[in-house]
Design a protein around this ligand. Structure first.
Ligand SMILES: NC(=O)c1ccc[n+]([C@@H]2O[C@H](COP(=O)([O-])OP(=O)(O)OC[C@H]3O[C@@H](n4cnc5c(N)ncnc54)[C@H](O)[C@@H]3O)[C@@H](O)[C@H]2O)c1
Length: 403
């Protein structure tokens, strides 16, 4: 794409839950055209066609041969990210790939090489570091008004483990479990806030829900940054306590929304009485139709993002956290609230980022190297859990100037 171009013409690869959340942003943005989608499931293609009226393909090769498409958003299962990125780069498409970027660092290296070789942008998207909450907190940190950044805490609790899953989503060797799937939100966010460079990682994981004990449903980690800042990350995915309750007073009680469904799902998992493939497809197709993912909704009007969780940023002279409508900034002189709105959908910032890079030459934050550094931290968290020691980081990069 040249600097004269004014639209991203996008093909979506993998029309599942992630895609269902991304596509409303594409439709809402005048500088983005949703040109086509590809999936190996004909029912997903059918629903996509009915909802968006865009072209459909049954193979990524066919979609990438479409000259009307200059950009692909890759939202296939984790094991496909590497081959799909390499294929799309080879056909000259700019790429946004969902988190986690890849299963291992060797894959990530090959993806970066392919993008460089073919002169296309590779953006590692889909993480909550793009959210208005995190970006605005970053501005406050950089402004220095609260003094030096000292520590960050993210604490999330969701029902990730109770949702219908394919076998690969519960197999760590295929990128399954909450470290691969959910830690990138927290890691990417604290890296952005602290400038990017993690020095060492100590992590623990837990997998205690039979029969879903094949992949972590819990993790906790302590990250030390080069600049001395610390981050504590916690994620629990067993769906008893939901962190979103913290933003809706009273929502954790016996009549909590979704509680009956979570109890039922847990029972079905334990007794093996749910058809996982059918339940997953039903949930996915419903998400495509409505543009909303069941069970992933934030409390009404809140800036709370359940997969990031409660984020508390502690500086020398103040702290920040999400408020119901933005962020609270606590300082020596009192508390202020910054109101935040993003009406175009949660994924609009990634599309803006790619657009600004292609059209205005702005530096990309979520580059391949940035994504690789986040993946390195997630992999180290799991390695540390196994080896019971700190893991030193080798591939960290700083937030680029101007990003
Ligand atoms: N950013 C987020 O908030 C977010 C949310 C959910 C998932 N994700 C990420 O998105 C990716 C997909 O997750 P999901 O939950 O949407 O999964 P999903 O199973 O709901 O969707 C994946 C889709 O890809 C299709 N697919 C599989 N192989 C394919 C192939 N070779 N070619 C074309 N289509 C193919 C499947 O049929 C399915 O429709 C994962 O990497 C996940 O980590 C991100």
């Amino acid at each position: 794409m040249t600097t004269q171009a004014r639209t991203l013409n996008v093909g979506v690869v993998g029309l599942g839950l992630a895609a269902a959340s991304v596509m409303p942003a594409m439709v809402a943005m005048p500088q983005v055209n949703l040109v086509a989608g590809v999936d190996i499931n004909p029912r997903a293609l059918q629903v996509f066609k009915e909802k968006y009226g865009a072209k459909t393909y049954s193979s990524i090769e066919a979609l990438c041969n479409d000259p009307d498409i200059d950009t692909v958003w890759i939202a296939t299962p984790n094991t496909f990210h590497c081959p799909h990125v390499i294929l799309a780069a080879g056909r000259g498409k700019h790429i946004i790939v969902e988190k986690p970027m890849a299963i291992n660092l060797a894959e990530a290296d090959r993806m970066i090489e392919a993008a460089d070789k073919h002169g296309v942008q590779l953006l590692c998207g889909g993480s909550r570091s793009s959210s208005a909450v995190v970006r605005n907190m970053r501005q406050v940190v950089v402004s220095g008004t609260l003094g030096r950044l000292r520590a960050m805490t993210t604490w999330s609790a969701t029902d990730w483990m109770l949702r219908p899953r394919r076998p690969d989503e519960l197999d760590v060797s295929q990128g399954g479990g909450v470290v691969y799937r959910q830690a990138p939100h927290q890691v990417d966010s604290v890296r952005l806030l602290a400038g990017g460079k993690v020095r060492s990682v100590r992590g623990v994981t837990g997998q205690w829900m039979a029969p879903r004990h094949t992949a972590p449903g819990f993790f906790s980690a302590l990250l030390e940054f080069d600049n001395g800042a610390l981050a504590t990350l916690i994620y629990s995915a067993y769906g008893y306590f939901m962190a979103s309750e913290l933003f809706e007073p009273g929502a954790g009680g016996p009549d909590a929304p979704g509680l009956a469904g979570r109890i039922e799902a847990r029972q079905h998992i334990i007794t093996g009485t749910r058809d996982e493939a059918a339940a997953k497809e039903q949930r996915t197709l419903e998400a495509q139709r409505t543009g909303q993912v069941a069970g992933a909704a934030a409390p009404r009007g809140a800036r709370f993002l359940s997969d990031l969780g409660l984020l508390v940023v502690s500086c020398e002279h103040g702290e920040m956290r999400q408020s119901p409508a933005g962020i609270y900034i606590y300082g020596d002189a009192g508390t202020t609230e910054v109101l935040l709105t993003e009406t175009r959908g949660a994924y609009a910032p990634e599309l803006d980022e790619l657009y600004d890079a292609l059209v205005y030459g702005k530096p990309v934050l979520h580059s391949g190297s940035w994504g690789l550094a986040t993946l390195e931290v997630c992999l180290a968290l799991m390695q540390s859990a196994t080896e019971h020691r700190d893991i030193s980081m080798q591939h960290q990069i700083a937030v680029p100037d101007g990003a």
